[in-house]
Design a protein around this ligand. Sequence first.
Ligand SMILES: Cc1cc2nc3c(=O)[nH]c(=O)nc-3n(C[C@H](O)[C@H](O)[C@H](O)COP(=O)(O)O)c2cc1C
Length: 177
Amino acid sequence: MLKYKIVYSSRTGNTGFLATAIYQGLLERSKDIEELTGNTRWDDAQTYIVGFWTDRGSCSSDTKEFLQKLSGKNVLLFGTCGFGPDQEYYHKIEEQVKQFIPADCRYLGCFICQGKMPMTVREKYQLMLADKKKKSLAEKMIHNFDRALLHPNQKDCVNAVSFVRQSVGHMLASTLV
Ligand SMILES: Cc1cc2nc3c(=O)[nH]c(=O)nc-3n(C[C@H](O)[C@H](O)[C@H](O)COP(=O)(O)O)c2cc1C
């Protein structure tokens, strides 16, 4: 049985980018990384580090279904979302996603950062600018979109790796007690 397995869902590559950094930063030989498919095993590692992209305030359905299959595992989450940087919003997403982890698993925490969105989203916001009632909201959305364009970046990767190392460290320390 593997010690660590990184399983991630990524539509446009942001979460995959973080997943690779986490894999490389995990100081452990017994590890694997896999993009989530219908055939991904949920029983071949002690600790699952599960990555998701945010879909309407939660994770996408493939991640939800995968999390629900886990049993007796240590589970760490990481994700990317379009809106941010806003810890309160990230916390809400975490609350939504962690509820899919079965009670017999040990939840270790969640790391979230912004991830860029497709240019078609910006084009929609730009069309909204013409509507006086929506102009102010559109401006805010465009500002957020442009900020997200630069994420995930190297700093996000460093933060994600450090979060995973710390969480794994705490887990190992408490197991030894
Ligand atoms: C259908 C859809 C729904 C989304 N819903 C949200 C959302 O509710 N909140 C948010 O912050 N970002 C949302 N996003 C943005 C993505 O979560 C974000 O760009 C993420 O980094 C994509 O990750 P990926 O490149 O790994 O697929 C949504 C994107 C799509 C395509």
